[in-house]
Design a protein around this ligand. Structure first.
Ligand SMILES: Cc1ncc(COP(=O)(O)O)c(C=O)c1O
Length: 471
């Protein structure tokens, strides 16, 4: 699975997307599968279709009737309003950062309750801009979760700083705030928690530690638009809070990002950094610079799209919330399925992802990958989510490159490797199952279908296990 898909799919969430060629091939070889249309949809064999026998208690992957054939809602959602907004930008003749970007910044700040918002090219840029403006650099350590999209730690590595992984709270899928403090050393510059899947990390505990130890906190809220901690929007607690508007996100302009802050001086430093070190109103012929910077600006097209998409955000969030609550109520009744728990302080979950843990022992030992394949055949596309970031081979490659070796001694890297164990996260990466946010945007019946498909797989798991064994 590509890393991008792991952040949520960027296209329509349609049934049967997950590749099941390997499983089906083996099952066909074992003579268990009915037939398949050229679209890839699994259909019953002629005998099953005429007799109707076994349709509901045969998994669709083995020729039974799928629980659903209707696709889940597609994404993005757009109509003439987005078209008009884009046409207006084209006709204005101003395509680079201008009034549309400034208006979007004011609107997003107002929506979240932040004093300042700076729009950026994407969420990664918002993180990089924040870290650069806060002076994170070579030799520094930044505490991060191992269960996140790779951009969180790439932003740290690009500053030539060391990501230090604090283990995951397996019940919530979030960084375990109780384990953050033990990762602090004399070189810790920043704590960078991620509101994973749109839920909130335990901000009370993280801020208590940060205040007591004098360490700045930046929130990666790239997946958490409109999420709240104790009634206040996430992304407004940290020194900055970073958001992504990449195509899969709940607020979407294809690519795009923003950072929030209440610090006037900091937003100006961020502005300069994202504008190749040039200040506001200085896009003309003044070629004097203060610091290192980059061009990480949002365009007028993206801002116009975002301003329009924002008019849909609250209603979509309410639909996701209501559907997610219903789905949780249903899934809690299924042994072996454990929906991600929310901390008591999380007063609103953005549900960028609906996440649960899967325990094969309640499914006759059916492995998670086979469960996901069988679920897709029932018309419910799902994903297995992230692999452990702290164990990515590219980290070792990066650390053995000359740039890092001149900064970090062998002794320091050995110490880093020793503390870099996240057993709870390792376990979570084998148990997690994700449904993307678009699946929560349809009618209540969609949630019933998801629960029914899982119940069906539980009832028919022995058949699937047998077919898997025949591979
Ligand atoms: C947790 C997290 N952090 C950072 C990013 C980076 O955002 P972008 O893809 O807009 O650069 C993403 C988005 O994919 C994300 O999910």
């Amino acid at each position: 699975m590509s890393i991008r898909t792991c952040t949520g799919t960027s296209g329509a969430a349609t049934a049967g997307r997950v590749s099941r060629r390997g499983f089906i091939g083996a099952v066909v070889a074992a003579g268990a599968l009915g037939g398949r249309r050229s679209t890839g949809a699994v259909v019953p064999s002629a005998a099953q279709a005429t007799s109707g026998a076994g349709a509901s208690n045969t998994p669709a992957l083995l020729g039974g009737t799928p629980v659903r054939r209707t696709p889940f809602p597609s994404w993005p959602v757009a109509d003439g309003r987005e078209e008009d907004a884009l046409v207006r930008v084209i006709r204005s003749g101003r395509w680079n950062r201008g009034n549309n970007v400034s208006s979007f910044e004011s609107a997003y700040a107002a929506l979240t309750g932040a004093k300042y918002c700076l729009a950026t090219a994407n969420g990664t840029s918002a993180l990089i801009t924040s870290l650069a403006a806060l002076g994170v650099g070579p030799g520094d350590e930044v505490i991060v979760p191992p269960y996140t999209f790779v951009a969180t730690i790439n932003s740290v590595l690009l500053m030539r700083a060391l990501p230090v992984f604090a283990d995951t709270d397996i019940d919530t899928f979030q960084i375990d705030a109780r384990k953050v403090e033990r990762s602090i050393t004399g070189r810790t510059k920043l704590i960078l928690p991620v509101h994973l899947g749109g839920s909130a990390v335990d901000l009370d505990t993280i801020f208590e530690v940060g205040r007591r130890r004098g360490i700045t906190i930046v929130e990666d809220a790239c997946q958490a638009h409109l999420a709240e901690w104790r009634g206040r929007k996430v992304g407004t607690y940290g020194k900055t809070g970073c958001f992504s508007f990449q195509a899969s996100k709940n607020l979407n302009s294809g690519e795009g990002g923003a950072l929030l802050t209440d610090d006037e001086a900091l937003v100006e430093t961020c502005y300069r950094f994202h504008n190749n070190s040039r200040g506001r109103g200085n896009n003309g012929d003044d070629f004097s610079y203060r610091n290192i910077g980059a061009n990480l600006r949002l365009t007028e097209f993206q801002a116009a799209l975002l301003t329009t998409q924002m008019t849909r955000l609250e209603a979509q969030a309410r639909t996701r919330d209501a559907n997610a609550a219903h789905l949780t109520e249903r899934l809690r009744q299924i042994p072996g399925i454990a929906p991600a728990r929310m901390y008591e302080g999380c007063t609103r979950n953005a549900y960028h992802l609906y996440m649960f843990r899967y325990d094969p022992s309640h499914f006759a030992g059916l492995p998670r990958t086979a469960f996901i394949e069988a679920l897709a055949a029932e018309g419910i596309p799902a994903q297995g989510g992230y692999s452990p970031l702290n164990k990515q081979p590219f980290l070792d490659d990066a650390f053995s490159a000359p740039g890092f070796r001149t900064i970090y001694s062998n002794t320091r890297m050995d110490a880093w490797r020793e503390q870099n164990e996240c057993p709870q996260n390792d376990r979570l990466c084998t148990e997690a199952v994700w449904l993307v946010q678009t699946m929560l945007l349809g009618p209540r019946q969609d949630m019933e279908d998801i629960a029914e498909a899982i119940r069906k797989l539980q009832a028919t798991a022995p058949q699937l296990v047998k077919a898997t064994a025949a591979r």
